[in-house]
Design a binder for this molecule. Structure first.
Ligand code: ADP
Length: 559
């Protein structure tokens, strides 16, 4: 039935599969390739499924992954959970042991349906060959209709190897097309518009659901009339251009704290948004959530009476019509917020300038990369991938975005190891763009072998490894001379690992950058080469600040 699976996927319009083959799914991949699907063979199922999730986010259609059973599925669980946590569409197909050998200790035997059930919208094992096309279609469609997420089809070896009797014919369903767009309850739209009109200090927060939902035109139209300050979440950046003068990211804390009404488009009130709760937010703030999942409305500090269930683009159009109808007038923006933004921007700029003069620090390195990219890459859209702690946090504000879906980062679960899979997916989804991955050295280590995948599949990209020889900050190099007496901290990695040499051994171009001159040279050469390039940037170990994600600071209650 391998060909039945391949044919099912082809009729749904699937063009790429991310995965790793082995018994019993080798033939499935072969049949898919024979039918014109590109099979992107990874080195680890985690990276393969991460890639499939990012491909789903960037294209709006499920990324499809194919893996072996048992340990393959255990590794792929990482991608399944990533899809669930981030609301990215993913269809996972995995081989499994033969049904008549259940509970006998069969090859790679695992109850995969049970394992994946809590993290998927559908997890099912077909009962017969003839049900396979319909189930694949259902799982594919379910992954992106409604709130996007992961689905799973379990493929036992005996079903894969079975043959259809000659008298049976199968029906293959077509591509279900774009996800249906639902409108919000008009009465709620009216109430939301009135709440915005009455607000003294309104704020727009744009989450990655708006980017995923391709709502940029409608969000920008609405924002042009609302004329209120806005904040993007890390992956919501670019839906409204970062250069817009109402972007209040530089005064994020003050904007959150002083807002009385917040319009939240496609973002959950989870840790990334501090649950919408005090002390980060005003305890009386009125938060209007717009989400495709009605069950999200009212979560944490969201207002369940005002929340709008529907597709973001469509709901923005509804809101705009209502706002115009009630003669909305934009309120004046607090001069304090504007002054705070200006002050912080100046501070950031002087930090960048300062760090260009001393040892290599994140801010100076990012300024150098930004300036060089601007100089040598005039035409191509840049898609940034970033993961790590400081590496990711600081890069967020160092690289302003003008377009949506041009930044992929560790996301809702702050998952380290997504970077290379995401970069590969980005280059496949957007072949014309320049993919730039900015990786912490620890984060890079989770999937460094995928450099070979990128080289083998001919996917040019520039990968920076921000090498401070440690998780979070690095360790003072002097500490490595004294390990017999004083063991290294658990955050330490080997001093100055030669990631550029590793990359060369995997077929990529490797560059070492220990100063700004070398960094500029490497960036220019890497961009112009149109090859897979890894730039090992040796940065200063920095001061040992408290270990936590910048975004977590801090909603902890005082006990
Ligand atoms: P962020 O990490 O940017 O805060 P989240 O991942 O928390 O964003 O939230 C994204 C939200 O967007 C999810 O709750 C999801 O249901 C929602 N969403 C996804 N697509 C759409 C869409 N087309 N219309 C409305 N909401 C959407």
């Amino acid at each position: 039935m391998s060909d039945i699976i391949a044919q099912s996927l082809v009729s749904l319009g699937v063009t790429h599969i991310f995965g790793i083959v082995g018994i019993p799914v080798i033939e499935v991949a072969e049949k898919c390739i024979a039918r014109g699907i590109e099979f992107v063979a990874f080195r680890n199922e985690q990276a393969a499924t991460y890639a499939a999730t990012a491909y789903g986010y960037l294209t709006g259609k499920p990324g499809v992954a194919l893996v072996v059973g048992g340990p393959g599925v255990v590794h792929a669980l990482a991608g399944v959970e990533n899809a669930r946590a981030n609301c990215f569409p993913l269809l996972l197909l995995a081989g499994s042991s033969e049904t008549h050998q259940r509970e006998k200790g069969a090859f790679q035997e695992l109850n995969q349906v049970a394992l994946l059930h809590p993290y998927t919208k559908i997890a099912v094992q077909p009962s017969s060959l003839s049900t396979v096309p319909d189930l694949i279609e259902k799982a594919y469609r379910s992954a992106y209709f409604g709130r996007p997420g992961a689905t799973y089809i379990d493929l036992p070896a005996d079903i894969i190897q079975a043959k259809l009797s000659s008298d049976s014919s199968l029906h293959y369903k077509r591509d279900p097309g774009p996800a249906p767009k639902s409108l919000a309850d008009p009465e709620r739209v009216r109430r939301a518009a009135l709440a915005l009109q009455r607000a003294k200090s309104p704020l727009l927060v744009v989450g990655k659901g708006a980017a995923y939902g391709r709502a940029e035109r409608m969000v920008r139209n609405l924002h042009a009339v609302l004329k209120i300050p806005f904040l993007p979440t890390p992956m919501g950046k670019g839906v409204v251009p970062d250069s817009d003068e109402l972007n209040i990211s530089a005064a994020r804390s003050a904007a959150l704290k002083t807002a009385d009404v917040i319009l939240l488009l496609g973002g959950r009130l989870n840790w990334i948004l501090h649950y919408g709760e005090s002390p980060k937010f005003d305890p009386t703030v009125n938060i209007i959530q717009v989400d495709i999942a009605a069950e999200e409305l009212g979560n944490n500090a969201g207002n369940p009476y005002l929340g709008l269930a529907g597709d973001i683009g469509s709901v923005c159009e509804q809101l705009l019509a209502e706002i115009v109808k009630i003669n909305y007038r934009a309120p004046e923006i607090s001069p304090l917020l504007v002054a705070g933004k200006r002050k912080n921007q100046l501070k950031a700029a002087s930090l960048e300038d300062l760090s260009r003069k001393g040892p290599m620090l994140y801010q100076g390195v990012y300024k150098s990369i930004r300036d060089t990219l601007e100089r040598v890459n005039k035409t191509r859209k840049v898609v940034y991938v970033s993961e790590g702690a400081n590496t990711m946090d600081i890069s967020r504000s160092s690289f302003p975005l003008e377009q949506p879906r041009t930044r992929l980062d560790a996301g809702t679960n702050a998952t380290m190891g997504v970077g290379l899979g995401y970069a590969i997916a980005a280059k496949i989804a957007e072949p014309e763009s320049l993919v730039v991955a900015i990786e912490g050295d620890s984060a890079f280590g989770f999937s460094a072998m995928e450099v070979e995948t990128a080289v083998r599949t001919n996917l040019p990209m520039v990968i920076y490894v921000m090498n401070n020889s440690g998780v979070y900050h690095g360790v003072n190099p002097a500490a490595y001379d004294n390990v017999d007496k004083q063991p290294l901290p658990p955050t330490a990695l080997q001093l100055n690992t030669e990631y550029h040499v590793l990359a060369q051994s995997l077929g990529a171009r490797g560059f070492l950058a220990t100063n700004f001159r070398e960094l500029e040279f490497a960036t220019e050469r890497a961009v112009k080469s149109n090859l897979v390039c890894v730039i090992n940037v040796i940065i200063d170990y920095g001061e040992n600040k408290k270990l936590e994600f910048g975004w977590m600071a801090s909603t902890k209650p005082k006990i």
